[in-house]
Design a binder for this molecule. Structure first.
Ligand SMILES: [Zn+2]
Length: 286
């Protein structure tokens, strides 16, 4: 099976009360970990690539071909989507789609509302002709978002959510409701009541960015409040770094990078499997 769009995955998840994991990938090892974890747990999965990671890979086409070659080599049978995470411009979203990405996020949330609508609509018009799904954002997620770092997230407005969906025909929406990118400083506080209200008024799947570090109870509550996609990044980095740091501390003589990178990769895969079980998408590939 080739890459699939995110729409069917999320519509099914929303209806059946679970969520699909979006795992940001940065290199070969992360792609291997995500694909293996999803296949072993028979789960649909989304590989997210930020623009920063596109630079690291060496271009949109390199990222797409790496994912597809590994899917073929590993005989992956579960649904896999390749998604541009936080696309900052119409041009970058188009480049991702032209390279074969099956889903994009246009993040025009920093623009005034009217411009967010206009920019998002332009991406949707291009995407839907290609069968590509589009995610948009409203408000501002805490932590590092693009070049902006903020400790005070700006919550999404319900009326703007309704209007954005009606005017652009997006497939999913990431309303900022208190979650943050990167490790949380203190207790994560997410407005689940507002999440449910937004979900009920727009009737499309919601996306929660910054799902690393949320408590299992909060994950459950988010799913019951209309979230069908969780974006995970920080927890995978923390797992990799912890394992490699420990290994190098204990084995001063170790010098072959392949040995400790392999161990780090296993830690990432274990973390992803834990998240897939937590999100409830285990066994939902068919
Ligand atoms: Zn994000």
């Amino acid at each position: 099976m080739g890459l699939v769009s995110v729409k069917d995955m999320l519509d099914k998840a929303l209806k059946e009360n679970y969520a699909v994991g979006h795992f940001d990938v940065h290199n070969l090892e992360w792609v291997q970990s995500v694909l293996e974890a999803a296949e072993e747990l028979n789960s649909p999965v989304i590989l997210g690539v930020t623009e920063e990671a596109i630079d690291y890979f060496g271009g949109f086409t390199v990222a797409k071909e790496l994912v597809e070659s590994l899917m073929k080599e590993k005989a992956i049978t579960v649904p896999v989507a390749l998604h541009l995470d936080h696309g900052s411009s119409v041009e970058n979203c188009k480049s991702a789609m032209d390279a074969g990405f099956s889903s994009v996020m246009i993040d025009a949330s920093k623009l005034p509302f009217d411009e967010n609508v206009k920019t998002t609509k332009e991406v949707v018009d291009y995407a839907h002709k290609l069968g590509v799904t589009v995610e948009a954002e409203l408000g501002s997620i805490g932590g590092k978002e693009g070049d902006v770092i903020s400790d005070t997230p700006v919550y999404a407005d319900i009326d703007e959510c309704k209007q954005l969906v009606a005017l652009t025909n997006i497939d999913s929406l990431a309303p900022a409701l208190g979650s943050a990118h990167g490790p949380y400083k203190g207790e994560p506080k997410v407005d689940f009541k507002k999440m449910k209200e937004i979900s009920e008024s727009i009737q499309i799947p919601l996306v929660l960015h910054g799902a690393s570090g949320l408590y299992p109870e909060q994950i459950k509550q988010a799913i019951l409040s209309g979230t069908a996609k969780f974006n995970v990044n920080a927890d995978n980095h923390l797992a990799f770094t912890k394992r490699v740091r420990q290994l190098l501390d204990e084995h001063y003589e170790m010098y072959d990078a392949a040995h400790y990178i392999r161990e780090g990769r296993l830690a990432v895969k274990e973390m992803i499997k834990m998240k897939i079980r937590l999100f409830g998408s285990y066994g939902k590939a068919t």
